[in-house]
Design a protein around this ligand. Sequence first.
Ligand code: ZN
Ligand code: ZN
Length: 282
Amino acid sequence: MLLGAHVSIAGSIDLAVDRAVDLGCTTFQIFTRNPRGWRYTKLKEKDVVAFREKLDRQGFKVVMAHMPYLPNIASPKKLIHAKSVQSLVAELERCGQLGIGMLVVHVGSHLGAGKEAGIAKVVEACQTGLSKVGNDVKILLENMAGQRNSCGSRFEDLSKILEGLGDSDRVGVCLDTCHLHGAGYDISGEEAVEKTIEEFDNIVGVKHLKAVHLNDSKGALASGLDRHEHIGLGNIGLKGFEAFINHKYVRDKPMVLETPEDRRGNYRTNMERLRKIYRGYG
Ligand SMILES: [Zn+2]
Ligand SMILES: [Zn+2]
């Protein structure tokens, strides 16, 4: 089971690998820099070497990075869009340096300019990113939670973006369970999961699914809320996760938690809960 969590890079980036090992992760996700703000410093060669060495030594084959918070590649605002594209280019390069194969990108918000306009901006951003950075890092479009003005909450949005990019094999999808729920895609039980994944397959195609984020949801179905909850304690519930992670199109995908850490639980307890209900291929 490729299961892990979003771990911190505090101290230096290679410490993220130690944290992942300590948690018992078989995959994990990081920010390659402080995710707040636009500014960042270049990766230090010695940190890159340490990170890659640890990945190797610990046998991590599939790891991913998440874009920082501020970029919005769907933005109609010229300056913000340009800065967002720059960030995307920088992150693709940093992932390449670090040996990270996948970069998760929130599709973004069109800020009222309309979905078509937003989708066009996303396509433009990804095209620039892919043409400027010649490595093999994949961009994974993450589905959104159905917030107002969001692009990428609907499977149709993801499909249009992939189509706009000519079905490039350097672009895929990362489905976030909390965001699915927020956007109105029910995954709270076996039948619901079956129906939602079938719909994803029909509209987007499961071959594009490269990773999943496992988060329960504090919000109600179709609430448009992106509020992560401990596995089994939210409105998706344990039955939903059991059906989701054992689904034939999901069970072999890298699964990463972005759940809270508080007195009700942490990554350890959430991963434990998931391992107990995972049947794999047995
Ligand atoms: Zn996510
Ligand atoms: Zn989220």
